[in-house]
Design a protein around this ligand. Structure first.
Ligand code: NAP
Length: 240
């Protein structure tokens, strides 16, 4: 049995599959912060391939050129500046996968991983973008469990996640473990609290998980720790 339904507020169509999982049918316009990053560069072409429109919020037009060639609209701006609300016009959903990286200091951890993320949450609220998916990090639930060197980063992720959870947005938070550049296996472990606190996951699997979450409204309001694992990505989010 298949049931279709429309959300008149957002003009989205959903389908209830026999597995009991709701899947999004309509194409969305999605803004991606961190689009030129390693996860973003995998994610944006996948979203476009799936029929979605993408606004790639990038700080360098040169770095965004390949995203533009594959069909994304570039919005060139730095996350350390105020968010340009004009970039959010007509946008249905936001994915935050930006990050200051390990080569920068704690000042950038504050201005990008914490304040940059908070600014995008507030901008989405102001612009009426209801759906928001955050790439956080494993151990962000309890930064004291992280090694001393990455604790400030985990604190930034924890605080940004907390602000998102307290917002009015339809959020999903993904907390991946150590990222690798292995090919995507399509298989993960996902749940509110995984036992393995030191595992890894390929960026390709994270990119795929972001798209699956976007298209599954059952993931709204949930936080998932995420590692490479034994379960297909669709099943991992459909069953939890
Ligand atoms: N590394 C790990 O093991 C790990 C583990 C868990 C979670 N994460 C999280 O995973 C996410 C993405 O990882 P990744 O490997 O794709 O990272 P990445 O390749 O370093 O990409 C980071 C992105 O953020 C953008 N960015 C940085 N500063 C910016 C600024 N001031 N204004 C605008 N954009 C800015 C970068 O732009 P440019 O291309 O212009 O530099 C890039 O697009 C991050 O949120 C990270 O915290 C990482």
């Amino acid at each position: 049995m298949t049931i279709r339904a429309s959300n008149s507020l957002n003009n989205w169509d959903w389908e209830l599959r026999e597995t009991g999982v709701f899947v999004l049918l309509s194409d969305m316009k999605i803004i991606v912060f961190g689009a030129t990053g390693k996860i973003g560069s995998l994610l944006v072409p996948e979203l476009i391939e799936a029929g979605h429109g993408v606004v790639a919020y990038v700080r360098s037009a040169e770095k965004g050129a390949s995203l533009k060639r594959c069909g994304a609209d570039l919005h060139v701006a730095d996350l350390e500046a105020p968010i340009d609300l004009g970039a959010l016009a007509g946008v249905d959903a936001c994915i935050f996968t930006a990050g200051s990286g390990s080569a920068t200091g704690k000042d950038k951890t504050l201005t990008i991983d914490l304040w940059g993320a908070i600014k995008t949450v507030r901008a989405c609220e102001q612009a009426g973008v209801r759906r928001y998916i955050m790439v956080s990090a494993l151990k962000a639930s309890d930064p004291d469990r992280g090694a001393e060197g990455i604790r400030p980063y985990l604190v930034a992720k924890h605080a940004a996640d907390a602000l998102l959870m307290a917002s009015s947005l339809d959020y999903t938070i993904l907390r991946p473990g150590r990222l690798t550049d292995e090919p995507g296996s399509g298989q993960v472990a996902a749940g509110p609290s995984l036992e393995n606190y030191d595992g890894a996951i390929s960026r390709a699997n994270v990119a795929r998980a972001l798209q699956v979450c976007l298209e599954m409204p059952g993931t709204i309001g949930k936080t998932y720790e995420l590692l490479d694992g034994p379960t297909s990505i669709t099943a991992a989010f459909g069953s939890s």
